[in-house]
Design a protein around this ligand. Structure first.
Ligand SMILES: Nc1ncnc2c1ncn2[C@@H]1O[C@H](COP(=O)(O)OP(=O)(O)OP(=O)(O)O)[C@@H](O)[C@H]1O
Ligand SMILES: [Mg+2]
Length: 280
């Protein structure tokens, strides 16, 4: 196991990447935002996760990198309390994931949102769903809820598309709509499973900038991706997963042939690694 972690990022190692955000917020007061220990998850006879240990500090963009079937989506589901651990523990903000969900502190954008193109729900409606947990006894959106929805749409550059049906958005726009829903909710932990899948470079840059800005405000983002090239600009830290976490550290520490080979079952994606520009 080549796990490495450092309490404070080395300024030289993080040069060119924005520094991690303010860690003095409420989330930081409770310690690690995500604390997974010895987690095993089984689907019938398939052991999808086997001894996952992962800690994520607040105010970071934490990348989760692994090959197909390595357990990324299963880990997200475990963090949301959507699959039952076979062994081990999952804590969000030091408590059970259901507590964080009830308090609206965590938002999740699944890999496959399964949106019916005919489903008559606008982008604004989807983003407004982020407010539902906060509505008063009359269950109606109040002026402050509308303001939060407007702000989230603006922040994700979706204002002009607010009236469009969610199913009529492109993949990249739809990913942004789910981030917007999390923002309207006021979540301080965002779980984004493959937000760059099927997204062009321009949308990827927009999403990267958005997520960096959110981390700079002290929010915590766990994001899975296949795209190694996107990692240095996006992530403060990377966790490489292959049913367990095989390495965790800065992009400079993890995007190396040794840890990547371990994560990718012996295969080192040499071209992609070179394109990241971080390997020696
Ligand atoms: N609902 C399910 N029932 C049975 N097996 C499952 C189920 N979901 C996932 N698996 C299996 O669990 C393992 C981990 O799957 P998971 O979806 O977590 O991987 P992943 O890293 O997200 O992959 P990808 O990069 O393709 O999205 C795989 O072997 C997969 O076949
Ligand atoms: Mg997946």
């Amino acid at each position: 196991m080549s796990t490495t972690s450092r309490p404070t990022p080395d300024p030289a190692a993080t040069a060119g990447r924005p520094s991690p955000g303010d860690r003095t917020g409420a989330a930081a007061a409770t310690g690690d935002v995500v604390a997974v220990s010895g987690l095993a998850v089984r689907y019938g006879s398939t052991l999808a996760l086997d001894g996952v240990d992962l800690r994520v500090r607040s105010g970071l963009v934490q990348g989760l990198i692994g090959m197909n079937g390595s357990g990324k989506s299963t880990l997200f589901k475990a963090l949301m309390g959507l699959v039952r651990p076979d062994r081990g523990t999952v804590l969000l903000f030091g408590a059970d994931p259901h507590d964080a969900r009830r308090a609206g502190r965590v938002a999740y954008a699944p890999q496959d949102e399964d949106v019916d193109p005919q489903f008559p729900v606008s982008v604004r409606d989807v983003v407004a769903m982020g407010r539902y947990g906060r509505l008063g006894p009359r269950r109606r959106l109040r002026p402050e809820d509308h303001e939060a929805v407007d702000a989230a749409l603006e922040r994700t550059e979706l204002t002009d598309l607010a009236g469009r049906q969610i199913g009529a958005l492109s993949g990249g726009q739809r990913k942004r709509a789910f981030v917007a829903r999390g923002l309207a909710q006021g979540a301080d932990l965002l779980l984004l499973d493959e937000p760059f899948a099927g997204v062009d470079k321009r949308s990827e840059a927009t999403i990267t900038e958005l997520l960096r800005g959110l981390a700079a405000e002290g929010r915590t983002i766990l994001v899975s991706t296949h795209d190694l090239v996107a990692v240095p600009a996006l992530c403060d830290e990377v966790a490489l997963i292959n049913r367990r976490i095989v390495a965790q550290g800065t992009p400079e520490e993890t995007l190396r042939p040794g840890p990547l080979g371990e994560a990718f079952g012996g295969f080192v994606p040499v071209e992609a690694l070179r394109a990241t520009g971080v390997a020696a």
